[in-house]
Design a protein around this ligand. Structure first.
Ligand code: ZN
Length: 195
């Protein structure tokens, strides 16, 4: 924890000091980010670092394996869907980016079928991408490493499809008022590509 506090001190001495006016303007006027990014919780794929963004520039939600669930309003706790609703209906973002990444532990567990009943939440959450798993296993002739890589890409497509099940997203996409993007980040090379 000490390294985090030292980092905070560096942040205050340098970043905050140099961007004081930016933060104060954002505090006074509120945020108006143009893009929302849905990324994985993985500690290696921070969108603010990868896109070198300023405070207030991107609205980020991170979850296990950067998945978007289908639209299913009920009394359950839908963290990602709530973030989507806020970004689209309150902030009016113009772009939603689903950013997958290489070496995703969630996707690996899904493909290798290593999720167990002992997982309280991860197993049911990863079922969102079960269609991606099936497609990847079929296309890879059972080669696990290939299936894992295919599933990392295929799950982004599943999430893009699920975004369109939200009526207030579909409406704005059809009106050309909102654009959906699938991007894939390779941790080892730093390469970013469209999916
Ligand atoms: Zn991941």
């Amino acid at each position: 924890m000490e390294s985090l506090m030292r980092g905070y001190q560096r942040f205050m001495e340098h970043y905050w000091a140099e961007n004081r006016e930016v933060f104060q303007a954002l505090a006074a006027k509120g945020q108006s980010p143009r893009a929302m990014v849905i990324a994985c919780c993985d500690s290696r794929v921070s969108p603010e670092v990868i896109f070198d963004t300023e405070p207030g520039e991107i609205f980020v939600v991170r979850n296990v394996a950067n998945l978007v669930p289908p639209y299913a309003p009920n009394s359950d706790n839908h963290g990602t869907s709530a973030a989507l609703e806020f970004a689209v209906r309150k902030l009016g973002v113009s772009h939603i980016i689903v950013m997958g990444h290489s070496l995703c532990g969630g996707i690996r567990a899904l493909v290798e079928d290593s999720l167990t009943d002992d997982d309280d939440f991860i197993g049911p959450w990863m079922k969102i991408a079960s269609v991606a798993r099936e497609r990847a296993l079929t296309a890879s002739d059972g080669v696990v490493e290939t299936a894992r890589q295919l599933c990392e890409h295929e799950s982004i497509r599943v999430s893009l499809g699920n975004l369109l099940t939200f009526p207030w997203i579909r409406e704005r996409v059809e009106a050309n008022d909102l654009t959906l993007h699938g991007w894939f980040f390779d941790i080892d090379t730093g390469n970013l590509k469209k999916v």
